[in-house]
Design a protein around this ligand. Sequence first.
Ligand SMILES: *[C@@H]1O[C@H](CO)[C@@H](O)[C@H](O)[C@H]1NC(C)=O
Ligand SMILES: CC(=O)N[C@H]1CO[C@H](CO)[C@@H](O)[C@@H]1O
Length: 275
Amino acid sequence: MSSASILRPILGGCTDGLVIAGILAMSYIAVKLSWSIITGLKTFVFARALGLSMNLKKNGSWAVITGCTDGIGKALAQQIAAEGLNCVLISRTKSKLEDLAKELETVNKVKTMIIVADFSDGFEIYPDIQQKLEGLDIGVLVNNVGLSYPYPEYFLELPNRDQFLKDLINVNVVSTTMMISVVLPGMAERKRGVVINVSSHAGMIPTPLISSYSATKAYVEFLTLCLESEYGSRGITFQRFFSSRVPEGLMIEHFKSNLNVYRKKAKQRLAAKSD
Ligand SMILES: *[C@@H]1O[C@H](CO)[C@@H](O)[C@H](O)[C@H]1NC(C)=O
Ligand SMILES: CC(=O)N[C@H]1CO[C@H](CO)[C@@H](O)[C@@H]1O
């Protein structure tokens, strides 16, 4: 009995061998990916962030974390609060922000402030953020918020391309630039501060099929490197960690050969959502 025929009942009468092969390959990649994200998290967030954390508090009493209610951002917020820093949590969903704020206040006995903001709105949200952060002794900025592709795709085939590109650039490029613009003046004045960014291999290697994502990450890469050389000697530390150790470049061939499967799955997901 082939694995395809074993799977047939599970997949509800789906007989397309290619689809099954695609799904198997995707599950394999998904498992591998989650595993490397977990190990990546352990290695980089918990080891490296902890490595720096011995001095984090000396940089200032508050940390600002964007996109902090899920995944790595949340893990980082918990880690930073565990170091005794008060946290400003900025994200889109008020209820999730409140939950996390309550958790950090109870578990870590730190102060918190929440700011509800949708980074895909672009430049207009920053005056408000700036005003709310006024006067805080901010030692750490974590630029974690980020948007990526729903699935790898050719540029011209992206669903809702113009809107998607706008969101992508607002969330990845504008947020990093503007958050630094809001927070760095105070850090420079106090001559202390840490700016942490979530790095991606796609920012270092041009990565087709996630082209615009790759380009936004390259922007962040360059900006941080330049700022490091401008302000590194003036007490500001720029630090990065990788959210995953899987080089996206290595997955391109896989993506290309499974593009149709991805498209189909994504369309099904979208259709299911709009029901
Ligand atoms: C700020 O934190 C960084 C990273 O942990 C550390 O290297 C630096 O010494 C700290 N700055 C101060 C003023 O303690
Ligand atoms: C993509 C990205 O965020 N890269 C930068 C993050 O910060 C480090 C620390 O200096 C830079 O070296 C990275 O290039």
